[in-house]
Design a protein around this ligand. Structure first.
Ligand SMILES: Nc1ncnc2c1ncn2[C@@H]1O[C@H](COP(=O)(O)OP(=O)(O)OP(=O)(O)O)[C@@H](O)[C@H]1O
Ligand SMILES: [Mg+2]
Length: 309
């Protein structure tokens, strides 16, 4: 029980006739980065609001750090940090003044505020720049500061709703590295929503995939790939005939064959003998430049799950 940070039991939330969340059973272990993945309108933000006690569930229940969200929202909000749609930063104040302000709200003593600020800002390269007004900062720097803000009062758990949204790929990658470093150093549980699959794959120990308020899968990114993926093979080259495509499709173990930009993409069942397929391609007279066999990425797993619904 004590190693679970969040538990939901048949959680449900309706907005009129819209079922934003239904039959949600989740367990988020402490100390992990948990990714909540889903397309627009899947119910990610709604779930975070439910977990913070900002919304009343229509049915079921949720516990955060052992507290019931219906009856102990104040305790939950004081022991967690959250970065929701708005960063909560004051653009006309310096980074230091922003954190000072939040530190006071959390009743942190002055010397602790300074120590903590340095602890959080220095590894992100923002300590030297703390006197600057936040309004002049890049979006990536503001997001880092906003994450530092959520961690200021040493919460055990933070909620981040799409923390890298709107960042360019480099800024997003830097933020992810900083976030991973912080989470490890602080031992904090992170509940992070995203629709960026490679982000979830790089950052999260566990991911839940949700669509239209329904949970489709929960596992480590690696297990999801293994369990859900159909292995596939790519053959790069030229001279792939329609006849060859038909012959490949007829082979046992071949699920699907597509021809795209000088490559054949062949979906396989697990134990297919790929060497035989390659020799079939070669003997058809096609010129093969490269053959690759790989398991699906999390993105492919995600798309397959979406298609299945
Ligand atoms: N306050 C509200 N009133 C009415 N409907 C709402 C409200 N909040 C959310 N919804 C509906 O609930 C569903 C889930 O919305 P939610 O914002 O949780 O999705 P999301 O996964 O966060 O999407 P996005 O990736 O776009 O942020 C949507 O159909 C949305 O229209
Ligand atoms: Mg959202």
């Amino acid at each position: 029980m004590n190693d679970i940070a969040i538990r939901t039991d048949d959680l449900r939330c309706d907005f009129g006739t819209i079922r934003a969340i239904q039959n949600l059973f989740l367990e988020v272990p402490k100390g992990k980065i948990f990714g909540f993945l889903g397309p627009n309108g899947a119910g990610k933000t709604t779930t975070i609001h439910l977990l913070l006690g900002l919304l009343e569930p229509t049915g079921g229940r949720a516990e955060v750090l052992g507290f019931d969200t219906r009856t102990h929202a104040t305790e939950i909000r004081s022991q967690t940090g959250a970065l929701l749609e708005h960063s909560g930063l004051y653009e006309r104040l310096s980074a230091e003044c922003n954190l000072e302000f939040y530190g006071r709200i959390w009743h942190m003593p002055s010397d602790e505020r300074q120590t903590r600020m340095k602890e959080l800002l220095a590894p992100m390269g923002l300590w030297e720049r703390r006197k600057e007004k936040v309004g002049g900062w890049s979006h990536g720097m503001k997001q880092k500061l906003a994450i530092a803000r959520t961690l200021l009062h040493r919460p055990q758990l933070i909620f981040l709703d799409e923390p890298t949204q709107g960042l360019d790929p480099i800024a997003a990658s830097v933020l992810r590295d900083d976030l991973a470093g912080l989470a490890t150093r602080e031992g904090v549980t992170v509940f992070l929503s995203t629709h960026n699959l490679s982000e979830a794959e790089k950052l999260c120990h566990q991911v839940a995939i949700i669509r239209r308020g329904q949970l489709l899968a929960v596992d480590s990114p690696e297990n999801l790939r293994v369990k859900q993926s159909k292995p596939h093979m790519e053959i790069h080259g030229r001279g792939f005939s329609e006849f060859l495509l038909a012959a490949l499709r007829a082979r046992p173990g071949v699920v699907k064959v597509e021809y795209l930009d000088n490559r054949l993409i062949i979906d396989l069942v697990d134990a297919t003998d790929t060497a035989q397929l390659v020799s079939l391609v070669v003997s058809s007279g096609a010129q093969v430049e490269e053959v690759r066999r790989s398991d699906a990425s999390l993105e492919e797993v995600f798309l397959t799950l979406m298609e299945e619904q």
